[in-house]
Design a binder for this molecule. Structure first.
Ligand code: ADP
Ligand code: ASP
Ligand code: MG
Length: 596
C-alpha cells in the first residue's frame, strides 16, 4: 500500500478550522487507499511565544529546559490533530518524538537525528490508523527531550519519509511552493515548478526559510521526492527532486536568497603557511559555531586575510574564539562587521552558462551596492553587502536574472522515489568528531556523508590587487572577462583593508593570459597570473552544517605541510586551491582523511 507523509507547518494548524482542514486532507489520502503519516508543527507563533516567555524569566535559559519547553508546542498540535481526524470518523493516533523512538544526539536546541524506530508507527499504520507525529523533537539516549533547531519539523517529516520508505513527502505551508525568492520580500517572485536537491539545499542554507536545509540533506541522501504546496489551495506546488528530473535547459539561475542577519569576522595578517587555516577553524568548530562564507585569497607580503561569516547571534562567541586563534597563529588583528547580509544566487545552469557573475555584479553596480566579499561554488555565487542595501540589492538581482518572468509549466508531474536506500551517489558515512566530548558521535542517520574527493589541475588563477572598496569594480572586471569569452570557475574576494582588497578567480589554464590581458586592457589595475593551481574538493551533502568537515580537510592538508591559498565553500562541496606541485599529494591525504 502506498505511504504518504504530510507535514503541516505552524500557520497550517494555527486554529481549529485550519486543523480540521488539514485533517480533511489526511483523510482524503486515506480514502484513496494510502497509508498516511502526518507530521505537525506548533500552532501559529507558539514557538516564538514560548521563547519570549523563557526570556522573560531569564536571558540565558538552560538549553535542556528550553527544549523541554519548546517541545510542548508540537505536543499540543498532535493531540488536536488526532482529535480532529477521529471526529471526522477515521481512526488516528498521535505520538511525541520520544514515543516513536526518534533518538538524537544531546546538542540541545540543535540536535541531530541518530536513529528512528519504525515499529510502533508501522503497526499503527497497518491497523489502518492515520499516524500523527510531533515534528521538531526527539530524545537523547538519556531520555532528555531535544529539539532539532528552528524549522526542524520539515526535517522530522523527510526523515520519517526516508526511514519508512514513503512514496512521497508533502510539505503544506502558507505559500504555494518554493519561489524564485521570498515572495514576502520581493512580491514579483515566481513559483518554481521543479528544483533539484542541490539547488534547494543551497537556497535553504543561504536564507530561503521555506524549507529547513537539513530536511533536504535527508531527501537527497535517501531519494525522497518532496512536494511543497499550499495548505489553503489545491494548486500544484514545487517538486524538489533529483537533478535528472529538475534540470531546466536555458536557465542559468533558479533562485536568489538573502541571509539578513550575518556578521563578518576577519583575521588580519594571518601568516601564509601550512596549518594556519586549520588552526583558525579548529578553534571556531570547538565552540560548535556554524561558519558560513569562508574567504581566503592570495597572500601579499607573506600574510593573508581570512574572513568568514556567522549568524549575527553567534558573533560574541565567535569573536572570542577568533581572538584566541589569532593569538595562537601570530596574526595581526581581528576585525568584524555586524551589519552585513549575504545575497546569493543559485542555479544548476551556472555550471554551463558564462556571464552569470557579470550579470550579478552589473546589477549590483547599477543599484549602487558595494560588494564586500565574494565567494562562489559550482552552482551558487554569494556576495556580502551592507545590511541596509540588502533588500534593494535582492530586488535588482532578481530582476536582472528575469526571475520575475519565469514561465510556469503546468504539466502534471509525479516522480517516483529514487530507490529505497541512499540516492544515486556513493555515500560514505563519516562519523563526525564530537567537539564537546573526547569520543566521536556514534554513526547516525544525520551524520555527514562524503561522496568523494577530487583534484582538478586544469585551472589557472588570476589575481587583481588594490581593488577599490566601491560599487562597480567587479562588474567591470567580469564584463571584460566575459567579453573575452573566458569561463570563470571560482571567484574569491575578501574584505578590503583600508579600502584596498584582492580579487582572485580561476579560469582554464589556456585562457589565463587572455583573461589577464582583458583586465589589463580595461585599465583595471595590477594583475598577476599563477599559470596553474591544484583545486582540491571534498564533495558530500550538508558540508556547511557539519562544522567538522572543513576542519578535517584543513587538518589533513596541514599535516602534509600543504599550504591552502584559496577557499570556497558550499553545501555540497569545499574547494581549496593549493600549489600545483602538491595536488596529487593533497588528493591522497584527503582520501585517507575521509576513509575513501
Ligand atoms: P511553515 O510554518 O509552514 O513551516 P515557514 O514560515 O517556515 O512555514 O516557511 C514559509 C515561508 O517561507 C513563506 O511564508 C515565505 O515567506 C518564506 N520563504 C522564504 N524564502 C522563500 C522562497 N524562496 N519561496 C517560498 N517561500 C519562501
Ligand atoms: N515549531 C518549530 C519552529 O517554529 C518547528 C517548525 O515549525 O518546523 O521552529
Ligand atoms: Mg518551516
Amino acid at each position: 500500500m502506498p505511504l504518504l507523509v504530510q507535514k503541516f507547518g505552524g500557520t497550517s494548524v494555527a486554529d481549529s478550522d485550519k486543523i480540521l482542514a488539514a485533517a480533511r486532507r489526511a483523510i482524503q489520502a486515506h480514502a484513496r487507499g494510502e497509508q498516511v503519516l502526518v507530521v505537525v508543527s506548533a500552532r501559529g507563533h507558539t514557538t516564538d511565544e514560548l521563547i519570549a516567555l523563557a526570556k522573560e524569566i531569564t536571558e540565558t535559559p538552560p538549553a535542556r529546559e528550553m527544549d523541554m519547553l519548546l517541545a510542548t508546542g508540537e505536543q499540543v498540535s498532535v493531540a488536536l490533530m488526532a482529535m480532529a481526524i477521529e471526529s471526522l470518523g477515521v481512526p488516528a493516533i498521535s505520538f511525541t518524538g520520544a514515543q516513536i523512538g526518534l533518538v538524537t544526539d544531546s546538542f540541545h536546541t540543535k540536535a541531530r537525528i541518530r536513529n528512528i524506530s519504525t515499529e510502533r508507527m508501522v503497526q499503527a499504520l497497518n491497523e489502518g490508523k492515520v499516524v500523527i507525529v510531533a515534528g521538531f523533537q526527539g530524545v537523547d539516549e538519556h531520555y532528555n527531550i531535544t529539539t532539532l533547531g528552528r524549522g526542524g519539523s520539515d526535517t522530522t517529516a523527510v526523515a520519517l519519509a526516508a526511514v519508512l520508505g514513503a512514496d512521497g513527502c508533502e510539505i503544506y505551508t502558507d505559500v504555494d511552493g518554493v519561489y524564485t525568492t521570498d515572495p514576502r520580500t520581493v512580491p514579483e517572485a515566481r513559483k518554481i515548478d521543479r528544483i533539484s536537491y542541490d539547488e534547494m539545499l543551497e537556497l535553504a542554507s543561504l536564507g530561503a526559510g521555506v524549507m529547513h536545509s537539513r530536511s533536504i540533506e535527508f531527501a537527497k541522501k535517501y531519494g525522497v521526492p518532496i512536494h511543497v504546496r499550499s495548505s489553503f489551495s489545491d494548486a500544484p506546488g514545487t517538486w524538489i527532486v533529483a537533478e535528472s528530473e529538475a534540470r531546466r535547459l536555458g536557465v542559468a539561475v533558479t533562485g536568489a536568497a538573502l541571509a539578513k542577519d550575518e556578521a563578518r569576522i576577519t583575521i588580519l595578517g594571518a601568516p601564509d603557511r601550512p596549518g594556519v587555516v586549520h588552526a583558525i577553524f579548529r578553534t571556531i568548530a570547538a565552540a560548535n559555531i556554524v561558519v558560513d562564507m569562508i574567504v581566503q585569497n592570495v597572500s601579499t607580503g607573506g600574510t593573508a586575510e581570512v574572513s568568514f561569516t556567522v549568524a549575527k547571534g553567534d558573533l560574541p562567541e565567535t569573536l572570542r574564539a577568533a581572538e584566541l586563534a589569532a593569538r595562537a597563529i601570530g596574526a595581526a588583528d581581528v576585525t568584524f562587521d555586524a551589519e552585513v547580509a549575504k545575497l546569493s544566487i543559485v542555479g544548476l545552469g551556472m555550471r554551463t552558462h558564462t556571464g552569470v557573475a557579470t550579470t550579478l555584479f552589473e546589477a549590483l553596480a547599477a543599484a549602487g551596492v558595494n560588494i564586500q566579499m565574494i565567494t562562489t561554488s559550482e552552482i551558487k555565487i554569494s556576495v556580502l553587502v551592507d545590511r541596509a542595501s540588502a533588500v534593494p540589492a535582492l530586488r535588482a538581482v532578481h530582476r536582472a536574472f528575469l526571475l520575475d518572468q519565469l514561465a510556469g509549466s503546468s504539466a502534471p508531474f509525479s516522480p517516483a522515489r529514487c530507490g529505497a536506500g541512499p540516492g544515486p551517489m556513493k555515500l560514505v558515512p563519516l562519523v563526525e568528531m564530537d567537539s564537546s566530548a573526547n569520543g566521536s558521535r556514534p554513526q547516525g542517520m544525520e551524520d555527514l556523508v562524503i561522496a568523494g574527493v577530487e583534484l582538478d589541475e586544469s585551472q589557472a588563477r588570476v589575481s587583481l590587487f588594490h581593488v577599490p572598496d566601491r560599487p562597480g569594480y567587479a562588474a567591470r572586471v567580469f564584463r571584460s572577462i566575459a567579453d573575452a569569452g573566458v569561463f570563470v570557475d571560482m571567484i574569491v574576494q575578501n574584505v578590503g583593508i583600508a579600502g584596498d582588497s584582492v580579487l582572485s578567480f580561476t579560469v582554464p589554464r589556456d585562457a589565463a593570459d587572455r583573461a589577464a590581458a582583458a583586465v589589463r586592457a580595461a585599465g583595471l589595475g595590477e594583475v598577476s597570473v599563477e599559470p596553474a593551481l591544484a583545486k582540491l574538493s571534498v564533495i558530500g551533502v550538508g558540508m556547511r552544517t557539519h562544522t567538522g568537515v572543513a576542519t578535517r580537510m584543513f587538518a589533513a592538508l596541514a599535516e602534509r605541510d600543504i599550504n591552502v591559498n584559496l577557499i570556497n565553500t558550499s553545501e555540497v562541496r569545499i574547494n581549496v586551491g593549493t600549489d600545483i606541485t602538491r595536488g596529487r599529494d593533497g588528493l591522497g591525504c584527503l582520501e585517507r582523511a575521509f576513509a575513501l
